[in-house]
Design a protein around this ligand. Structure first.
Ligand code: 5GP
Length: 191
């Protein structure tokens, strides 16, 4: 349980403003729309962190006239951090996809990749189901502590080597609804 009652005074610095995030998603949407032009696409958002990325990305893809023939959005839910600020390395699947993956063009949409274990787990899980194609898109990349060499075809923005919150990313379930990406004041972790 956290004891915070307000976000006032909790933010150390803003790393990416909302307009910078929107521009990155627009670019990713354009890249994906071009790559899947005329083909059906299944976007698989990884909850909870990717809740905003996947919806904004789906709309960015729709903004392109020569994009996919259809775009279906679905979700998985995983837990890898619990309430800590470093990944446990143990990924738990809390909710599987509702859509069938077999034979589809699948793009896994993640909020952030750090050591890569979460994405590797999801990539392997989806690959077993024989999709027509399988790619990954992450909005934020922390490339400093990768433990596995997982392919990421679409990368939005590079993050500093810090624990970050906002735009879907939480600390103890808080801060997801910040429209920007931020670093927290150190005292927050002790609160
Ligand atoms: P990985 O398995 O690549 O280390 O971490 C992936 C997952 O850990 C992400 O989906 C995200 O939920 C969480 N994560 C990694 N880095 C951060 C961070 O800086 N802040 C937050 N809030 N979550 C993170």
């Amino acid at each position: 349980m956290n004891t915070l009652t307000t976000y006032d005074g909790t933010i150390e610095r803003t790393l990416y403003r909302d307009d910078e995030i929107a521009a990155a998603i627009e670019r990713l949407g354009g890249d994906i729309a071009r790559d899947f032009s005329g083909q059906p696409l299944l976007l698989l958002g990884v909850l909870k962190g990717a809740l905003y990325v996947v919806t904004d990305l789906a709309r960015a893809i729709a903004a392109h006239p020569n994009g996919p023939s259809e775009t279906v959005v679905d979700y998985m839910c995983v837990s890898s951090y619990g309430n800590a600020t470093r990944s446990s390395g143990e990924v738990r699947l809390l909710k599987d996809t509702s859509e069938t993956v077999t034979g589809r063009n699948v793009v896994i949409v993640e909020d952030i990749v750090d050591n890569g274990l979460t994405l590797e787990y999801l990539h392997a899980l989806m690959a077993e189901r024989n999709p027509a194609s399988l790619r990954s898109c992450v909005l934020f990349d922390k490339p400093y502590h990768r433990k596995v060499d997982v392919p990421v075809e679409y990368v939005g923005l590079i993050c500093p080597d810090a624990f970050v919150v906002g735009y879907g990313l939480d600390y103890q379930e808080l801060f997801r609804n910040l429209p920007y990406l931020a670093e927290l004041q150190p005292w927050v972790f002790a609160a």
